[in-house]
Design a protein around this ligand. Structure first.
Ligand code: 5GP
Length: 346
């Protein structure tokens, strides 16, 4: 047994230190980013948020709405090939910039993505997603995907440490998804004791990825716009959101009325609810369990996007970053006690 004594941090453990700035208003902040991806050398520009590939968040309806905001939706893996073909009929070239096809690493997944990608050469992003990205089988799957789909931008995860980020990038992934256990409906930390505080995971994995010319997605644990800003400040190139994009018109999840209030169900992809719904297909996807919660109905997702981006823009003005790209360079985090942060968060 060994103990690592270095303190690792979550979003709640830090705040941004304000810095002198010449910016007059948050409207001066550019929130769009441009990336060139390592293996394909393809360029992408847009707002670097991603709706999570959960069936309550990464829906076709969400993709229609978020593409208008230049935000990517990682579309969940439970749509059939026919549903995909119908959905993509007549879509503009630009629309394809803002969707990712998600997959697990089973044989059936492999066959399905081949069919969808062969029929739809305009799909740019492939998101290979497993609960535990540390297995040799996963690395082999990423290698094979790189060979089979040389012109697609490959997202792979989830991992939380630099050496695994490097291994996956060298195996052919362009973007690494970072986060084990921080998700709002995830019970990995409770059921297994496994995890890594999300802000430290982001900082360490971004360093490893950027060193090789890759990018990362900070996935999970953002509850408020300030957390999204902290994820970017820590070095995330993209931030993936589940809970913050749940409960909208465009989200999935059963609608529930209770005491005159409207809720939508939101559940982890390895929760009982998801397993019942997708009968057996999900157990392999998430080795550990997830829970089911009711999220108060929030209306159209575009309002939430405004709220999140307003917050991030404001963070940028507080630290003097005129572009989101500069935010991590302008970031000094100060460590705080949890109670302190709760007071500040209201
Ligand atoms: P959130 O933004 O809600 O905090 O986190 C979303 C992320 O939680 C997803 O992108 C995914 O990585 C993770 N997640 C989704 N469902 C489950 C689940 O059932 N179990 C676990 N361990 N993680 C999940």
């Amino acid at each position: 047994m060994r103990i690592e004594n270095e303190i690792k941090l979550g979003f709640k453990d830090v705040m941004f230190r304000p810095k002198r700035s010449t910016l007059k208003s948050r409207s001066e902040v550019t929130i769009e980013r441009e990336f060139t991806f390592l293996h394909t050398q393809k360029k992408w520009s847009g707002v670097p948020l991603i709706a999570a590939n959960m069936d309550t968040v990464g829906t076709f309806e969400m993709a229609e709405a978020l593409s208008k905001e230049k935000i990517i939706t990682a579309i969940h893996k439970h749509y059939s090939v026919d549903e995909w073909n119908q959905f993509l009929a007549g879509k503009s070239d630009e629309f394809y910039q803002y969707i990712a096809l998600s997959t697990g690493t089973g044989k059936a997944d492999e066959d399905k993505i081949k069919t969808i990608l062969d029929a739809n050469p305009k799909i740019q992003f492939l998101c290979i997603d497993v609960a535990n990205g540390y297995s040799e089988h996963f690395v082999q799957f990423v290698k094979k995907a790189r060979e089979n789909f040389p012109d697609r931008i490959i997202i792979a995860g989830n991992v939380v440490t630099g050496e695994m980020v490097e291994e996956l990038i060298l195996a052919g992934a362009d973007i690494i998804k970072v986060g084990i256990g921080p998700g709002s409906v995830c019970t990995t930390r409770v059921k297994t004791g496994v995890g890594y505080p999300q802000l430290s995971a982001i900082i360490e994995c971004a360093d490893a990825a950027h060193g090789l010319g890759g990018q990362i997605i900070g996935d999970g644990g953002c509850k408020v716009p300030g957390d999204v800003a902290k994820a970017f400040g820590g070095g995330s190139d993209f931030v993936m959101l589940g809970g913050m994009f749940a409960g909208h018109d465009e989200s999935g999840g059963e609608i529930v009325e209770e005491n005159g209030k409207t809720f939508r169900l939101f559940y982890g992809m390895s929760s009982q609810t998801a397993m019942d719904k997708h009968s057996g297909g999900v157990a392999e996807y998430r080795a550990s369990e997830g829970k089911t919660v009711k999220v108060e109905y929030k209306g159209p997702v575009s309002e939430t996007v405004k709220d999140i981006l307003g917050g991030v823009r404001s963070t940028c003005t507080y630290v003097g970053a005129s572009k989101l790209k500069e935010l991590s360079k302008r970031t000094t985090f100060i460590r705080v006690q949890e109670q302190e942060n709760q007071v500040f968060n209201g």
